[in-house]
Design a protein around this ligand. Sequence first.
Ligand SMILES: *Cc1c(COP(=O)(O)O)cnc(C)c1O
Length: 374
Amino acid sequence: MHFETRAIHIGHDVDPSTGAVSPPIVLSTTFERDADGGYSRGHAYTRASNPNRERLEAALALLEGGSVAAAFGSGQAATLSVIHTLKAGDHVIMPDDLYHGTRHLLNEHYARWGLQFSYLDMTDAETVAQAMRPNTRLVWIESPSNPRLKIANIVRIAEIAHAGGAICVCDNTWASPINQSPLALGADLVMHATTKYIGGHSDVLGGCIVGKQDDALFQQIRDFQIWGGGVPSPFDCWLLLRSIPTLPLRVQSHNDRAGRVAAFLYAHPKVTSVNYPGLADHPNHDIAAEQMRGFGGMLSFEVKGGQAEAIAVAAKVKLFTRATSLGGFESLIEHRASMEGPNSKTSPTLLRCSIGLEHPDDLIADLAQALESL
Ligand SMILES: *Cc1c(COP(=O)(O)O)cnc(C)c1O
């Protein structure tokens, strides 16, 4: 069966007890034991497992071409589960351009626990090879990266990680499982903020880790999920599962619209640079074209002038909403440096856009009138 078909059917089987076509939400925190003390119906306590989470996890594993998935209450909770597979003294390699929350967690909380970090420009895989240490245990990839849409060569970096005895984990949030399959490219685990494209409606927070198989590494993730307790509610799981059948169509449309907006911005005299991996002169376009099936709905660009000009463009748009986050059907624009705060490494002239599902001509007209006003 084709991917689109499976995305609709996995996790969506008709409820046997009622015939409900849309799955019922099971709010019960506890489940009845059999007379002999067993749990033949599969669930004991909702932190450990829940019917809605089980359906969602099956669908997430399928989307990433894995065989197991663990769902969490946020992307950050999913990231934490990976960090907790490490021990004091381990060394972690991270991209220099990455989700600022991941950097915050490591610097503010895990440095104290004795983890060591290196933040690298991963666009050249050899930089990663040179940074490997005998105690390197985790190489974290985020590609495309946030907010500069740098592309890391997943095949090569996974090889380097494995040669040094480390695992390779890919934050695949921006690409979405429709555009990129890191497990097939050699990553050991995939992480998602399901809050973004998988949820797709800006109305549910979630995260997940997908593994190739139920091996010792994945069992550590599962154990942390169950005992750490950062799990999503049954309703959150239901909302996310509701969104998955439309994911392939949504992402194809995001790709198409973002490509057109990027081309418009690229040609605009008041725009000094556009970061979109689909542009032929993006510095990592070739590797993006090799490892991605589509270039995604995210882009960032820099306007002529300084921070005041960038903020003025964000103030003038009418269709784009000035807000953080991404992956919903509505287009968002954000002055990223002020969102990231005083330690931000992001250029003050950079605006980040999540291109939604509006007609691309309307989005382009909106950006055109905002840039004209500069
Ligand atoms: C949003 C995001 C996260 C964090 O997810 P939350 O659901 O907000 O905790 C992690 N990585 C990337 C790339 C993101 O965009």
